[in-house]
Design a binder for this molecule. Sequence first.
Ligand code: FAD
Length: 278
Amino acid sequence: MIPFDFKYYKPGTIEEATDIANKTLKKGKKIMYYAGGTEFISMARMHNIYTDAIIDIKGIPECNTHELKNNELTIGSTVTLTSIAEQNFFPLLSLTVERIADHTIQDKITLGGNLAGTIIYREAVLPLMVTDSDIVIANTYGKKRIPLKDIFDKRIQLQEDEMIVKVIIKEQFLSLPSIHVKRTKNEKIDYPLITIVALKDDIGINFAFSSICEYPFRSSSMENFLNDNSLPKDERIKKAIDNVPDKILNDISGSSEYRKFMFHSMLYEILTHFEEVN
Ligand SMILES: Cc1cc2nc3c(=O)[nH]c(=O)nc-3n(C[C@H](O)[C@H](O)[C@H](O)COP(=O)(O)OP(=O)(O)OC[C@H]3O[C@@H](n4cnc5c(N)ncnc54)[C@H](O)[C@@H]3O)c2cc1C
């Protein structure tokens, strides 16, 4: 049972949703946008979260868009992980979301919920990072399309009234050579020990990482080392690992020493993969 009362709204448009958010916030009350509800319900039941109002955005048509049109793939924020995998417009994203939670929960978890939620891994952001994707966010003043790299710094930087409407990926990236590698502590279905996605474009191999630090990231200095073919593979990897931008995670899934060891072997596997597909 959820141990507090809250107002439930189900707007049909973005304007209505952001208007409710704005008016409620102005009264000094807390709001939460609500998509799959998997995180909200479990955290509320455990007394880890409180809100005065829930704004359920699943009825907003633009948030449910899922189409390839005018050389761009648009995926609405309330599209579920199951639907992303089944439609499979972008195989790298499909592989990534198919390894988040289990089948039953994938049917509820949404793309926007994974990007905006509090669980630190946010693995669905990785394929968006390596494809220089854009994100559309909305508030009472309207909508804006922003490069993901300008709004995702450790987590998505949203104001209290702002919501994610959709993400946009350029078609040219969808079928480029790519790989997804996820290691867990024990079971196949689990939080990541480390997840890496990599995609090769005209310039080189782009990499994005989850569960190395406390947030997902892409690093140009690490990419420069990993793409420096003048150096032996082991040295490129060692230099890249020396340039991880923050403390390496040390938690119940694995110590930082173990993660470092596993990170080296995963990067080796990925570089070898791209040599072989060349
Ligand atoms: C059993 C289980 C296993 C999991 N395993 C993994 C894993 O291995 N890897 C991983 O990356 N994640 C994992 N997760 C996290 C999961 O992917 C999601 O982060 C999460 O459950 C939220 O998705 P949701 O759509 O249900 O969001 P909700 O519960 O509806 O919302 C979560 C938060 O996001 C905000 N939000 C949702 N949509 C929007 C939007 N459009 N705009 C702005 N804010 C929004 C809400 O306000 C709320 O704060 C797991 C979750 C569960 C329950």
